[in-house]
Design a protein around this ligand. Structure first.
Ligand code: PLP
Length: 356
């Protein structure tokens, strides 16, 4: 059967107004990839799956919520949308707005957005404004401006974003036949953890698919939900979760508590290490923020505070590695240069071991 996008597939389960006019790039339907090598590396004895959200049309899970938010806005004749973004929301909003024939405006924190995300927003035709401040400052500004002008807000404060993002929980249950025992994911502005918990609960009410325990993971330099207070100057290499005052922080804490899970923080080193081994053991390259959930899982298992034995665990990898190429290239060894001769290539590859 042909796939027509998330609203066609799961629209009946989403709380969207009847005026909604579907705008889709056939988002969602992302693979749930077994990661046996990584599970083994963490001690083994359990099943680990990666929900590879970087394979959405604009390279992140943001497309799930954006198809819903833009479709709702299109249905009531909106002509301009706005968002604050650490990058991925900007690219997604720009793509869906263009497809709907709307104008998009995106506010990003100056100098803190990965190259592939900024390029995406520009390529899809957004008007990009840099704020000499943080994501949190930008969010405050777009909320105000959307109250005073006929511009629709498409940040995850927009309830339709959360509705669309529930679909990943549905897909996981459909793929596994039931919910996993644990779900781990990065937490920034906390829209996604809110949406997963809502999605799993809804599916369980409907189909008895069970509920996962949720492990939400923040970066240590941007961990307001772990510290219990906002962080004035959040800092982390994982720019997608560089947020000091999560808009849905309360709901994130509820999701962790109600699911008998928790929210923890990991260091940038743990995030970058996980990004690397995920790419080099499993062939799955994600942007730094997307490795945070797995880094948190690895830490919990190593510390003995999460027993994975016999369990099914799903890790959400939220965005593609291509979004942030500099994180890899800036610390790499420069590849060797050889003249275009076979003996020179053999010398470079085999060195002294070269058979004569
Ligand atoms: C937006 C984003 C997150 C954080 O999601 P929230 O809903 O803000 O918690 C994590 N990873 C990536 C790649 C993102 O784009």
């Amino acid at each position: 059967m042909q796939y027509h996008g998330l609203l066609e597939k799961y629209g009946a389960l989403l709380n969207l107004p009847s005026h909604t006019r579907p705008i889709t790039l056939l988002e969602g339907n992302t693979p749930l990839i077994p990661a046996a090598h990584l599970a083994h590396e963490m001690g083994g004895g359990f099943e680990l799956f990666i929900k590879y959200e970087g394979l959405n049309p604009t390279g992140s899970f943001k497309d799930r919520g954006m198809t819903a938010a833009i479709s709702e806005a299109a249905g009531r004749g909106v002509t301009t949308v706005i968002c604050a973004s650490t990058g991925n929301t900007a690219a997604s909003a720009a793509a869906y707005a263009s497809r709907a024939g709307m104008k998009s405006i995106v506010l990003i924190p100056q100098g803190k957005v990965a190259a592939g995300k900024l390029a995406g927003a520009v390529a899809y035709g957004a008007q990009v404004v840099q704020i000499d401040g943080s994501f949190d400052d930008a969010l405050t500004m777009v909320v105000e401006i959307s109250k005073q002008h006929p511009i629709a807000l498409v940040n995850s404060i927009n309830p339709y974003r959360i509705e669309g993002q529930k679909t990943s929980a549905f897909e996981i249950c459909d793929a596994l036949g039931h919910a996993p025992e644990w779900l781990c994911l990065p937490v920034g502005n906390a829209g996604n953890i809110t949406a997963y918990w809502a999605g799993f609960r809804q599916y369980n009410d409907l189909k008895w698919t069970g509920l996962p325990r949720i492990l939400g993971v923040q970066a240590a330099g941007a961990a307001p939900l772990v510290l219990g207070h906002p962080v004035e100057r959040p800092e982390t290499v994982a720019t997608a979760i560089r947020i000091g005052k999560p808009a849905r922080g309360e709901q994130a804490l509820e999701a962790a508590e109600e699911s008998d899970g928790r929210i923890i923080a990991v260091s940038d080193d743990e995030i970058l290490h996980m990004q690397k081994i995920l790419a080099q053991r499993e062939g799955i390259w994600v942007e730094p923020a997307s490795a945070a959930g797995l880094a948190g899982l690895a830490r919990e298992i190593a510390a003995g505070s999460l027993n994975p034995r016999g369990k099914r665990i799903v890790a959400i990898c939220t965005g593609h590695g291509l979004k942030d190429p500099e994180i890899v290239t800036r610390s790499m060894e420069r590849p060797v240069v050889v003249p275009p001769r076979l003996d020179a290539l053999e010398e470079a590859l085999l060195g002294e071991q070269r058979p004569r």
